[in-house]
Ligand binder design. Structure first.
Ligand SMILES: Cc1ncc(COP(=O)(O)O)c(C=O)c1O
Length: 403
C-alpha cells in the first residue's frame, strides 16, 4: 500500500524530474550498515548497494568521519591547484593495484571516456590510423557517447543515431574472434573488458581466455583496459577483479564504490600511458574534488584490512551454498554465477516481479538483463543480516517455484 507521503513524492517526481528511470515505489531517507529506511520509517535489508556503490555499508564510520572533516575544511578548489586528497587517494590506489598514475573524474562513464581518449591518443603516437578499440558483446561501459559506443549492446545505442566510429564489438570469451581481428586489422589501439559483465547479466570472463587475450595484446602493443567500475573496490573478494586472473592490465577504470557513496571516477594507468595526456589534453572541473578524494582515500584504506576480505569470503560462501540448494530444488533457477559478493541468479523468466515482491517484504535486490537477479550486499554485511535477507529471498523463490 502506498502511503500519502509516498504518493506525493511520486507525483512531484513526475512533475519536476525527467522520467528516464523506471523507479520502484520507495524513497529512502536514511541508511545504517546494511539497512535502509524509507519515507515512512520501514526498514529494508540492502542487498543491492545502490548498484554496487555503498560497498562499505551505509554511513560507514571511518569513511563518513573523513568526509565530514573534509567538508569542514575545503570542498572545491579545481584542478588549477594542487590537491593533497587526490595525492592521498592515488597513493593508496597504486599500493593496492600496480605502480602508475591516476586521473580523477566524476563517474564510471567519465572514467571510460577518459580511458578511450588515452588509448586513442597513445595508439596515434604509434601509427597514423591506430585508434580502434575492441570491446565485447553485452558489455557495459557507460552512457556518454564514447563509453556508450564501447558498450556493445544495441539497446543502449538505439535512438541516438550513429555511434562513435572506431569500436569493434566482438563475441565475449572467444579468443579466435580476437585473434582473427588482430591479424586482419593493424589499427587496433586497445581492448576494453569487464571481468564480470555486471549489466550484461553477471557473466564471468574465462581465466585462460583472459591470459591469451593479454598475451595477444602485449605482443601487438595493444593497450589493455579493464573496466573495474562495478567489480572493483572489493566487490569480487579481492581489491580488484583482475587480481584473480594472474594478469596486470595497462589501465583500470574505477567509480561506484571508490568514494564510499560520493560521486567519483578514476583512471589508473601505467606511467608511460599517463604521459600521453600532456598539459591541457584532458580535464574536468569537478574531477578529483577534495571531499570525494578524501572519502576515496579512506575507502581504499579500509581495503587494507584482512578482516574485510574474510567477511566477504564467509558471506559469499553462505550465499552461494544457499543458492545452489535452491537451484537443485526449483527449476525456475537456471544458473547461479558470480565472484565474491557480485552474484547473479539467472531465472527461466523475467525477474522484475520478484524484485518488487522482495521490496514489499523489506528486501532490496535487483534484476539485470531481464532475467538475472543480481545480489550485491555491502561487503561489510554481518552473516546474521545476510541470513535474514536470504530467508526472504528463499521464501519468494519457493512461492514462485511452486506457482
Ligand atoms: C562496468 C561499468 N562500467 C561503467 C559504468 C558506468 O558508470 P556510471 O554510471 O558511474 O557512469 C557502469 C555502470 O553501471 C558499469 O557497471
Amino acid at each position: 500500500m502506498t502511503s500519502k507521503k509516498l504518493e506525493k513524492i511520486i507525483r512531484d517526481d513526475g512533475e519536476f524530474l525527467f522520467q528516464n528511470y523506471g523507479r520502484l515505489p520507495v524513497c529512502f531517507v536514511r541508511g545504517k550498515g546494511a539497512y535502509l529506511y524509507d519515507q515512512d520509517g520501514k526498514r529494508y535489508i540492502d542487498l543491492f548497494c545502490g548498484i554496487a556503490v555503498t560497498n562499505f555499508g551505509h554511513m560507514h564510520q571511518a569513511i563518513t568521519k573523513r568526509m565530514r572533516q573534509q567538508i569542514d575544511s575545503i570542498v572545491h578548489s579545481s584542478n588549477w591547484f594542487y590537491n593533497q586528497e587526490q595525492i592521498q587517494a592515488a597513493k593508496v590506489l597504486s599500493e593496492l593495484t600496480f605502480p602508475g598514475k591516476t586521473l580523477f573524474v566524476n563517474s564510471g562513464a567519465e572514467a571510460n571516456e577518459a580511458a578511450i581518449k588515452l588509448v586513442r591518443r597513445y595508439g596515434l603516437t604509434l601509427s597514423r590510423n591506430r585508434y580502434k578499440i575492441i570491446s565485447f558483446n553485452e558489455s557495459f561501459h557507460g552512457r556518454t557517447f564514447g563509453s556508450m559506443s564501447a558498450t556493445a549492446q544495441k539497446k543502449i545505442h538505439d535512438g541516438f543515431g550513429p555511434i562513435v566510429p572506431g569500436f569493434i564489438h566482438l563475441p565475449f570469451n572467444d579468443i579466435n574472434a580476437v585473434r582473427r581481428e588482430i591479424k586482419r586489422n593493424r589499427d587496433i589501439a586497445g581492448v576494453f573488458i569487464e571481468l564480470v559483465q555486471g549489466e550484461g547479466g553477471i557473466r564471468l570472463t574465462d581465466r585462460d581466455y583472459l591470459k591469451e587475450l593479454f598475451s595477444l595484446c602485449n605482443k601487438n602493443h595493444i593497450v589493455t583496459v579493464i573496466d573495474e567500475v562495478q567489480t572493483g573496490m572489493g566487490r569480487t573478494g579481492r581489491p580488484f577483479a583482475y587480481q584473480y586472473y594472474g594478469v596486470i592490465p595497462d589501465v583500470i577504470t574505477l567509480a561506484k564504490g571508490l568514494a564510499g557513496g560520493l560521486p567519483i571516477g578514476a583512471v589508473h594507468a601505467k606511467s608511460y600511458l599517463a604521459e600521453v595526456f600532456d598539459k591541457g589534453r584532458h580535464g574536468s572541473t569537478f574531477g578529483g574534488n577534495h571531499v570525494s578524494c578524501a572519502a576515496a582515500a579512506a575507502a581504499l584504506g579500509e581495503m587494507k584490512k584482512k578482516s574485510f576480505f574474510a567477511n566477504i569470503q564467509s558471506v559469499s560462501d553462505y550465499i552461494f551454498a544457499e543458492l545452489s540448494r535452491l537451484k537443485e530444488k526449483y527449476p525456475i533457477i537456471r544458473e547461479v554465477r558470480g565472484m565474491g559478493l557480485h552474484i547473479g541468479v539467472e531465472l527461466t523468466k523475467p525477474g522484475l516481479d520478484i524484485v518488487k515482491k522482495a521490496l514489499t517484504r523489506g528486501l532490496i535486490i535487483n534484476c539485470t538483463s531481464e532475467n538475472v537477479i543480481r545480489i550485491m550486499p555491502p561487503l561489510t554485511i554481518p552473516l546474521s543480516v545476510v541470513k535474514e535477507g536470504m530467508k526472504v529471498f528463499t521464501r519468494i523463490i519457493e512461492e514462485e517455484g511452486d506457482a
